[in-house]
Design a protein around this ligand. Structure first.
Ligand code: ATP
Ligand code: MG
Length: 216
């Protein structure tokens, strides 16, 4: 399965979700390729810190790809891996568009602030370009990341996402939790970092189980 974690907005948690997903899949015994398709190279930085922490035992393979190479290279790499996870930048739509042509699943984290939710018209425009060029429709799952524990922002964002049925909102919010940043600074997923944040783990696991179960 090829997953692209994307969206047209910085800081929504694309790298956090993609690195944690790659590690979650590899911990289940899968052979995983993590593709850094963002020129900011955050997934590569994460992997460098991981390399220091784990002395080479990354659990996945990392490659950096941009632009049209994302599509060409991934088509070649697809048979070699059980799963490929592509981390995209919030701005470079050329790489993201290329990623979406070869992906099975598009994961869209949204932070529940209204100005971020408005960027979804740009996501819809991107999907309008990509979907007609595909043999089978891209499977899309949108969800809240950096959600509040409770509050009106979550509710409003959820309503907007639900209204856009093509974005297939899944009700598995990931709340803002310090554990994500703390783990990432060592190149770790929240599944590995000590002390365990049980809530962060439970939320992410529910989300990942749900989307990998639904994805065909
Ligand atoms: N659920 C969360 N709880 C707390 N902090 C989070 C959460 N998700 C992401 N963050 C933090 O928010 C910041 C941005 O996250 P991240 O780098 O994953 O976003 P991004 O969408 O990849 O950003 P960019 O668009 O710059 O690539 C990071 O400091 C990260 O640790
Ligand atoms: Mg990023």
């Amino acid at each position: 399965m090829i997953f692209t974690v994307g969206g047209i907005k910085g800081g929504t948690g694309k790298t956090t979700i993609s690195t944690n997903l790659a590690i979650w899949l590899s911990r289940q015994g899968a052979d995983v390729l993590l593709v850094d398709a963002d020129e900011q190279e955050s997934a590569s930085d994460f992997t460098a810190w991981r390399d220091e922490t784990y002395q080479g035992q990354l659990g996945y393979t990392l490659v950096q790809l941009t632009g049209g190479a994302v599509r060409r290279q991934i088509e070649q790499l697809r048979p070699k891996y059980d799963h490929i996870v592509i981390d995209t930048g919030g701005r470079d739509t050329a790489s993201q568009r290329a990623a979406l042509f070869v992906s099975d699943v598009y994961l869209l984290p949204f932070a529940p602030r209204s100005y971020e939710i408005w960027t979804l018209s740009k996501v819809l425009a991107l999907l309008g370009e990509v979907q007609p060029g595909r043999a089978t429709p891209l499977q899309i799952y949108s969800f809240l990341n950096k959600a509040d524990t409770r509050g009106v922002d979550n509710t409003e964002a959820t309503e907007v996402l639900r209204e856009n049925v093509e974005l297939n909102y899944v009700d598995f919010p990931v709340v803002t939790r310090k554990a994500f940043a703390t783990a990432a600074s060592k190149g770790l997923s929240v599944f590995e970092a000590a002390p365990h944040d049980d809530k962060a783990i439970a939320e992410l696991e529910s989300l990942f189980r749900h989307v990998t179960h639904l994805a065909k």
